[in-house]
Design a protein around this ligand. Structure first.
Ligand code: NAD
Ligand code: TYD
Length: 359
């Protein structure tokens, strides 16, 4: 790993990964390609460690000539592909950008890598890697007593987001099988932590609670996700890129599987200690209309990455949630820059007004 193209590195996990890798591996040069959609922000790239090893380039992964030129110009040997449309609720209200970026964008990147590494023979194949960052949502939903998802669980995506990620996973896999492109894939559970865009459950609840707004619980709040602190995910990806076997898929998860309502209540209790209001924060909880097609339960079997690569999550949910709340309280400029975005306010009305007041 010398010249690394990170796609989507101005988003939540991508920017945490850039920060992580600049510290963990000071030799690498990072080229960070991001379109700066509503979810990406240069605020996420302020005060990087070892910043002279990081170059930000604004651009779209769907632009084939642009991506191919970037690979050539920087002699890229490693691609770590985070860029995506990522929010399930947005994929329900408007699926088209998910197909464009997640499917066509991944295909474009694969073609550019194949062209540069294999057709032009720019670098020996044993010195290159295409790592694709994916999600547990490709596996569908579990009943209460089903075993956790493993790497061999059949794909059964339920939302347009999950289906677009599943499609991209299949494309990546096929480029290994057909062209022997050295790829790895990771399927990870729900992340949380610093710099997560506040449309996702945990940062949304923290920010709403801090301003005395309702905390919207979809349906009965008994849906289960497997939560992982974002730097644990970054460490797992780094291990896969360095020590993982080309052609392999690795499941990543946090071994934390509380119901959504429990997560929301835990955040309320933390805020009662750190920023008390006149009434306990739990009084802000409001049950609202459920998400259509809402997956009931996810759980990850992570024995393969534990056994083969010696990775396991470092953070418990308690210390990860505390660190997330503390980070938000310590970074009011980041919060106000993100909240000021017109697009964010529009999203809140679009997603929540009808949910809170169905007629
Ligand atoms: P995010 O929405 O915070 O960031 C996505 C980034 O991609 C943004 O910076 C955006 O500007 C960029 N982007 C979008 N379309 C682009 C395009 N066409 N060209 C270039 N850049 C573009 O997402 P995230 O939560 O950081 O997720 C990163 C990756 O991890 C995604 O592939 C997602 O599917 C996967 N993942 C996320 C989670 C999670 O809980 N957040 C869990 C498992 C896997
Ligand atoms: P989210 O953060 O959108 O991630 P994902 O859909 O990828 O799992 O949602 C996490 C869980 O929280 C999911 O079961 C939906 C639920 N949820 C709410 O109950 N209220 C909300 O306002 C949001 C955004 C999510």
């Amino acid at each position: 790993m010398k010249n690394v193209l990170v796609t989507g590195g101005a988003g939540f996990i991508g920017s945490n990964f850039v920060r992580y890798i600049l510290e963990a591996d000071p030799q690498v040069q990072i080229i960070n390609l991001d379109a700066l959609t509503y979810a990406g922000s240069l605020e996420n790239l302020k005060d990087l460690p070892n910043a002279d090893h990081h170059t930000f380039v604004q651009g779209d992964i769907c632009n084939r000539d642009f991506v191919r030129d970037l690979l050539r110009q920087h002699q890229i040997d490693t691609i770590i592909h985070f860029a995506a449309e990522t929010h399930v609720d947005r994929s329900i209200l408007g699926p088209e950008p998910f197909i464009q970026t997640n499917v066509i964008g991944t295909f474009t990147l694969l073609e550019a890598a194949r062209q540069y590494w294999q057709v032009e023979n720019a670098l020996p194949l044993d010195q290159v890697r295409f790592h694709h960052v994916s999600t547990d949502e490709v596996y569908g939903t579990l009943a209460p007593d089903d075993p956790a998802f493993s790497e061999t669980t059949p794909y059964a995506p339920n939302s347009p987001y999950a289906a677009s990620k599943a499609s991209s996973d299949h494309l990546v896999r096929s480029y290994n099988h057909t062209y022997q492109l050295p790829v790895t894939i990771s399927n990870c559970s729900n992340n949380y932590g610093p710099r997560q865009f506040p449309e996702k459950l945990i940062p949304l609840v923290i920010l709403n609670a801090l301003t005395g707004k309702h905390l919207p619980v979809y349906g009965d709040g008994q849906q289960i996700r497997d939560w992982l602190f974002v730097t644990d995910h970054c460490e797992a990806i780094h291990k896969i890129v360095v020590d993982g076997k080309p052609g392999e898929t690795y499941n990543i998860g946090g071994n934390n599987q509380p119901a959504n309502l429990t997560i929301i209540e835990t955040i309320c209790d933390l805020l009662d200690e750190l920023q008390p209001l006149a009434e306990p924060h739990r009084s802000l909880i409001k049950f609202v209309t459920d998400r259509p097609g809402h997956d009931r339960r996810y759980a990850m079997n992570i024995s393969k990455i534990e056994r083969d690569l010696g990775w396991k999550p470092r953070h418990s949910l308690t210390d990860g949630l505390l660190a997330t709340v503390q980070w938000i309280l310590a970074n009011p400029e980041w919060v106000s820059a993100i909240q000021k975005q017109h697009e964010y306010q529009t999203w809140l009305s679009k997603n929540y007004e009808k949910r809170e007041n169905p007629s």
